[in-house]
Ligand binder design. Structure first.
Ligand SMILES: Cc1cc2nc3c(=O)[nH]c(=O)nc-3n(C[C@H](O)[C@H](O)[C@H](O)COP(=O)(O)OP(=O)(O)OC[C@H]3O[C@@H](n4cnc5c(N)ncnc54)[C@H](O)[C@@H]3O)c2cc1C
Ligand code: SF4
Length: 316
């Protein structure tokens, strides 16, 4: 491991200002992703800003009838919150489908959104990877691509975003709240938070350097049936090959977001108008323009079948 300095931030604004002063700095929350990457020297921060002392670990009601989830609320606490279980069951189910109990106890809401891809070539520092080293190339293209993306990919990167929680937040239209280095705050809709890879796959989100996530806001509850179905190679402790997060209303309308297929949680609102016509019609619109590889073309069929089973469950 490379040497680095460490400080505990005293307030969110100070944390953001400190990060902006030190270009090689990173925030550390639960550390369950960042420390693994530091051990492999994929992330080599010169300075760590520990945000765990910031009072960002509560879940509060909003005046609009939703919930504000502090950036440091653990995945376990968020999944277990009675209000979340009752009104945002999709989020509870997605969280519980991720990682393990021990990891969820440490993992935070902000850290989960910002976890890095699980593309195997990203972790192999002997291989070219535009995300790890911009401009070096992409070993995955033409390599082993079973786990990788089928839509929204580029000639520079075909990785997927690994978070289960983010799929639920996208379907629920959550909003990310942040503070910037100058103390200004802003909100970023989940739809715009994660980026497609394009020519710059190392820039993964809409965050500016040093910008700190302070909370994630859930809008008013949607009602309906909330289902999260994750298909993976092992029954636990594995990332999604494909996941489907859905909120389905009694009249058959609803929302659908996918995990395991793109560089961001994948949702196409127009495709949701096809929900009453069934899984095939929705999948055709959701995955229009998909560019699967020989290894992962099965994901297109898997999306349709997983969505079909989700819709059958929603119909009872
Ligand atoms: C073996 C294993 C299996 C896993 N399986 C799954 C799975 O199936 N599904 C799934 O979704 N996840 C899975 N995970 C990932 C896990 O959910 C993440 O590691 C965790 O959510 C990261 O949260 P953290 O608080 O530990 O983040 P950290 O490791 O502390 O930080 C991650 C990133 O977020 C940044 N950061 C942290 N807080 C803030 C903030 N407030 N503002 C701005 N930046 C911030 C850090 O600088 C860092 O870049 C798995 C992890 C492991 C190790
Ligand atoms: S797909 Fe993306 S993360 Fe994987 S090797 Fe290529 S550039 Fe790197």
């Amino acid at each position: 491991m490379k040497p680095f300095s460490y400080e505990r931030a005293a307030s969110p604004a100070e944390a953001a200002a400190a990060a902006a002063r030190r270009p090689g700095a990173r925030f550390i929350a639960g550390g369950t992703n960042l420390l693994d990457l530091m051990k492999l020297q994929i992330e080599v921060p010169s300075h760590l800003i520990d945000v765990n002392g910031l009072a960002l670990d509560t879940i509060e009601p909003t005046p609009e009838g939703g919930l504000r989830v502090g950036a440091l609320v653990s995945n376990t606490a968020l999944a277990a919150d009675p209000r979340v279980r009752r009104d945002y069951a999709l989020l509870t189910r997605a969280l519980l489908a991720g990682a393990s109990g021990q990891l969820r106890n440490k993992a935070t809401t902000a850290g989960n959104l910002l976890q890095r891809t699980r593309c195997p070539y990203f972790y192999d520092t002997a291989q070219p990877c535009n995300k790890r080293r911009p401009g070096s190339g992409c070993a995955a293209i033409g390599g082993f691509t079973r786990q990788l993306g089928v839509i929204g990919t580029s000639d520079a990167c075909i990785a997927t975003h690994p978070s289960d929680m983010a799929v639920a937040l996208r379907a629920l239209d959550a909003v990310v709240e942040t503070v910037q280095a100058d103390g200004a705050t802003r909100t970023i809709p989940m739809a715009d938070f994660h980026r497609l890879p394009g020519e710059t796959p190392h820039i993964e989100t809409a965050l500016q350097p040093g910008e700190l996530i302070t909370a994630v806001v859930l809008p008013r509850p949607l009602g309906g049936r909330h289902i999260y179905r994750k298909v993976r190679d092992r029954a636990s402790y594995a990332f999604a090959l494909v996941s489907v997060g859905a909120v389905v209303q009694p009249d058959g309308t609803g929302r659908v977001a996918l995990g395991g297929v793109a560089h961001k949680p994948w949702r196409v609102e127009e495709a949701e108008t096809e929900l009453p016509r069934g899984a095939r019609a929705v999948t055709e619109r959701l995955l229009a323009g998909a560019r699967p590889t020989r290894d992962n073309a099965f994901k297109v069929t898997l999306v349709e079948r997983t969505l079909g089973s989700v819709l059958a469950e929603a119909r009872g």
